[in-house]
Design a binder for this molecule. Structure first.
Ligand code: IFM
Length: 419
């Protein structure tokens, strides 16, 4: 059993800056988003300062992602400079005593991979597996906790269904094909990472995006039915598929995965809740419709700067819904964007109190990682949303610790103990 960890999270494209070999950079250059990532937080250069900050704030772990396009900027050309960079990142985390939690795919792909068809290629999973093999050869012995994919359903939804992220597809069919490849890629990565760990500690999962759901009308059996389907689809389907070896949703799809049990723990990202109302029984209608956040002014909590409701009880509802899986749970993301740090303080305190309650009831909580360590590039939303416990002044890349960083420390030390 891994010892408890806590800390914060970032992802390469959102903080490193100048990730010019990936499809997001190309998308930005095409003018598809309101702001370009450019230097982002310049963390490619400033990582040591940021990790030192994290250490000074009491963190015991740090989750970040490796940028595939820095290691393989062109197909089959492995860039030693990229490997050396991440080697320094690992050295630095080690010297600060921060446990690395490493993500292998966080929404971005090398441009060459995207040009060949990205996740719609028949051999996409195998191409990803070659990258994972190189990473495992080089860093496999330095990492105990791996996240293969960040929020696969969000990626599919934004990139293949609504098309506001690259490659900008709007097709359910293509979305399902890409999802199949992603899940296959996860299973292959799971096998490779374990193989290279050669008996050393190695725990692998995905970071599953979750949403708490409440029926629009609590008394309506129809709203409850839609809620059941939707929450199964959003919160349960992928995790249970990776454990059973079957991706199966009645009437929508069925697929056998290359192996069963490809999760050693559950990586859970939780932010907010939605209200669900009945829409029909067939096809996608069975998942119901989302009531607008105002929910007619009824029972809605505070709202973050992106309009998402703050619902701390949801983290308890989500983690307890996995009780039967009997796997350790790592909160791989939880956080709030707000210019008002007192809201962030309340958010952190309330969510960790709910998590502590679940832990006391016997849910095996492995740790908590806050999104995000520093303010960063929030994809199509640009730099406006501020998620960081550390504020970034983008005009000069200076950092300023927000008071919420101390609230995070106090709450986490209370739950997980002091180190
Ligand atoms: O910024 C994102 C991150 O990339 C994935 N999870 C949600 C965060 C906040 O929207």
């Amino acid at each position: 059993m891994l010892k408890p960890i806590w800390g914060a999270v970032t992802s390469a494209h959102q903080v490193e800056g100048n990730n010019r070999w990936n499809d997001w950079w190309a998308w930005e250059e095409l003018g598809k988003v309101k702001e370009c990532s450019l230097n982002a937080c310049d963390q490619y250069r400033l990582f040591a300062e940021d990790f030192q900050l994290a250490k000074s704030l009491g963190h015991t772990a740090h989750r970040f992602s490796i940028e595939w396009s820095r290691l393989e900027p062109e197909e089959g050309h492995w860039n030693e400079e990229g490997f050396r960079h991440y080697e320094k990142v690992f050295d630095c985390l080690e010297s600060q005593g921060l446990e690395p939690v490493v993500t292998l795919h966080h929404f971005t792909n090398p441009i060459w991979f995207a040009r060949r068809g990205g996740w719609l290629q028949k051999n996409a999973a195998e191409r990803f597996a070659l990258y994972v093999t190189r990473v495992a050869e080089r860093f496999g012995r330095r990492v105990r906790i791996w996240i293969t994919l960040n929020e696969p359903l969000i990626y599919i939804y934004q990139s293949f269904i609504v098309g506001i992220w690259p490659p900008g597809e709007k097709s359910l069919d293509k979305g399902l094909n890409a999802l199949r490849q992603l899940l296959k890629a996860h299973v292959l990565a799971y096998q490779i990472l374990h193989e290279y760990a050669r008996g050393a500690d190695c725990s692998v999962s995905i970071a599953q995006h979750t949403i708490a759901f409440t029926p629009c009308n609590r008394k309506s059996p129809f709203d409850r039915l839609s809620l059941f389907f939707r929450s199964w689809f959003v919160n349960q389907l992928i995790l249970r598929s990776l454990l059973s070896g079957f991706l199966f949703f009645p009437g929508v799809f069925c697929e056998k995965l290359p192996a069963r049990k490809s999760l050693d723990f559950l990586g859970i990202n939780y932010y907010s809740r939605d209200f669900v109302r009945f829409q029909g029984l067939w096809g996608l209608d069975q998942f119901g419709a989302i009531c607008p956040k105002s929910h007619h002014g009824k029972e809605v909590g505070e709202i973050n700067d992106l309009g998402w409701e703050i619902y701390p009880r949801g983290i308890y509802e989500i983690v307890t819904s996995y009780r039967d899986l009997k796997l350790p749970i790592l909160i791989t993301e939880n956080g709030v964007c707000s210019e008002d740090d007192s809201l962030r303080q309340r958010y952190i305190e309330a969510h960790l109190a709910e998590l502590e309650k679940a832990k006391k009831e016997g849910i095996p909580i492995l740790g908590y990682l806050y999104w995000s360590l520093v303010d960063n590039f929030e994809w199509a939303e640009g730099f406006k949303p501020r998620f960081g416990i550390v504020e970034v002044d983008y005009t000069n890349q200076s950092r300023r610790v927000r008071p919420s960083a101390q609230v995070l420390r106090k709450s986490c030390e209370q739950i997980f103990g002091r180190t």
